[in-house]
Write a protein that binds this ligand. Structure first.
Ligand SMILES: N[C@@H](CCC(=O)N[C@@H](CS)C(=O)NCC(=O)O)C(=O)O
Length: 218
């Protein structure tokens, strides 16, 4: 099989890049990676060499190029069915896809106010009502997934899968901005943060020296 090559942005800031990277790493699928620092003079040109969309992440696999983080996760699930990136039961799989899609298309207030920024010291900020509503919805969604489908493991649907990969950047935001959660959601957040995969990503992020001022929220 051709090698997988994942093109990503800065590990400190690129929330969309973290998703497929976590899915690949947690599923122990070997891949090569290229990091393109974002919002520098040559960044757009370098990204556009990989995808006309001009955004990371991008996955190359032989002649196939996949852009869009959720499409990459779907591709991985299709190519590596044994890794069970979506749950096996139809009910759980449907809920996992709905949760992933809700994440992909929603929570703009939270994303705007609390950018992923792994080197920022943990500190709370004042939250708008819109951000609080996003947090409440995510907390309720995580609790529902854990209660209804997650009993056999620590993650949303038991074993780590695509729904967890989609929410991994939100997990980091909740940690960085010291956001209060229900006990069940807090346990889930801690489980994701404790994975070797996330620890490895964070270690690399903390070694980066690039700064994106617009993502530095005090
Ligand atoms: N919907 C896309 C969003 C990708 C995205 O916005 N990526 C950001 C980095 S996290 C990016 O490439 N920004 C660089 C730019 O727009 O020049 C996905 O899910 O992959």
């Amino acid at each position: 099989m051709a090698k997988l090559h994942l093109v990503i942005g800065n590990k400190n800031y690129s929330s969309w890049s973290l998703r497929p990277w976590m899915a690949l790493t947690m599923a122990q699928i070997p891949f090569e990676e290229t990091v393109i620092p974002l919002y520098e003079a040559k960044s757009k040109q370098r990204i556009t060499e990989h995808s006309g969309a001009g955004k990371v992440p991008v996955l190359h696999h032989g002649k196939v190029t996949v852009w869009e983080s959720l499409a990459i996760l779907e591709y991985l699930a299709e190519m590596f069915p044994g890794r069970k990136l979506w749950p096996e039961s139809r009910a759980a799989r449907t809920a996992a896809r709905a949760a992933a899609t809700e994440m992909h298309s929603g929570f703009a207030a939270l994303r705007g106010a609390c950018p992923m920024n792994l080197h920022r010291p943990r500190k709370a900020i004042t939250l708008s009502d819109a951000v609080k509503a996003d947090i409440a919805r995510i907390d309720a969604l995580w609790r529902d997934c854990r209660r209804n489908y997650g009993k056999r493991g620590k993650f949303l649907f038991g074993a780590f899968g695509n729904a967890d990969a989609m929410f991994a950047p939100v997990v980091t935001r909740f940690d960085t901005y010291d956001i209060k959660l229900s006990p069940e959601s807090r346990a889930y957040k801690e489980a994701v943060l404790a994975t070797e995969a996330f620890q490895a990503w964070k270690k690399a992020a903390l070694q980066e020296t690039w700064t994106i001022e617009s993502s530095e929220i005090d």
